[in-house]
Ligand binder design. Sequence first.
Ligand SMILES: Nc1nc2c(ncn2[C@@H]2O[C@H](COP(=O)(O)OP(=O)(O)OP(=O)(O)O)[C@@H](O)[C@H]2O)c(=O)[nH]1
Length: 404
Amino acid sequence: MSQQKIPVTVLSGYLGAGKTTILNHVLNNRGGLRAAVIVNDLSEVNIDAGLIKDGGGLSRTNEQLVEMSNGCICCTLREDLLREVERLAKENRFDYILIESTGVGEPIPVAQTFTYIDEEHGIDLSRFCRLDTMVTVVDAYRFWHDYSSGESLLERNQAVGEEDTRDVVDLLIDQIEFCDVLILNKTDLVEESALQELEQVMRKLQPRAKLIRTARGMIEPHEILNTGLFNFEEASASAGWMKEMQQSHHIPETEEYGITSFVYERIRPFHPGRLLDWLSDWPAEVVRAKGMMWLATRNQMAQNISQAGPSIQFGPAGYWIAALPEEEQAQLLGEDEELQKQWDAKVGDRINKIVFIGIDMDREHIVTELDACLLTEEEMKLDWSLFTDDLPNMPAEQIEMALS
Ligand SMILES: Nc1nc2c(ncn2[C@@H]2O[C@H](COP(=O)(O)OP(=O)(O)OP(=O)(O)O)[C@@H](O)[C@H]2O)c(=O)[nH]1
């Protein structure tokens, strides 16, 4: 007899956003469906599990709460997650599995656990269950505070380990940019106009997800259970900046709150010194920027830029195709129509292409300033390798910016 695949919902969201509150509300209103719940806590004592036991009413014997503590299911406890989900699914007595991730967990590795066959342990979760909904909970009250804090998880004593150098804002943006349902919780603490603005910003950052407002986690369970919304490819390409990059998908502006986006595009390299000065004095009204840069001093390597709030990461992304041996170039070009269209006769795929999303951005000013960072006609004729280059040279290294 073939077994029905169990739908799995994963709740992500920064510490204190309201994941446990939402989970409890859903469990208390689940209308008799049988749930298996997995809660993950970084600390040794799984506080959330206690709260769910007390508040969620998971007392009946045909339901189950699995506690996973002392690690994170997106990294150190990934194998444990695989085994637990496999075990629960094989019991064949649950209508769905609900997972509460830690507040510092990344959603993509958790989603991958369900979509890829784990060769090492020989576990293929897609045989028993299907990832149904990736939910990200955002604390509407604390969002701007956390987004602009400039603090790292280490500084807040929330890091997974000493080597965890992530900024709070980078985690927030990763969680927002990869989800099917985005819950703006704690709306009781925020005024209507501020909420509307925040909603518009979320729409820009994550145009695909269903946006839901909640106060005290009160959500209709069907909004996050068995929705059928998850799709790995779509979720991976759902970030607002990606949609904006593909010009045909320009997201309509929401003039009311001054939330806009645009793409800066130039086929001329940046001067490393002037670019570093500009990056270090980043325009505060830009909420999110992402793209590729062409740096005169690194003519062979595309540079990646990713900014969220006060965090700017910059560094080599990989070789320009135009820098590869001709045979390889020809092969890649032959396979890719998009690439052929963009290909420049002189410089190939080298380009500066950056998406900016912001509130009350002065587009003209930003463009003028960036244009001034490009090589001048005179500089174009010089030996580019002689320019001083103090920009970070490791993948995704941080740039110190002046915080106004
Ligand atoms: N005012 C208000 N408080 C809320 C709301 N939702 C949750 N809270 C409170 O916020 C605090 C954190 O909520 P939790 O549900 O524990 O948040 P969490 O995301 O599970 O937190 P971690 O497990 O630490 O990541 C608790 O004190 C909740 O009672 C809300 O909508 N409004």
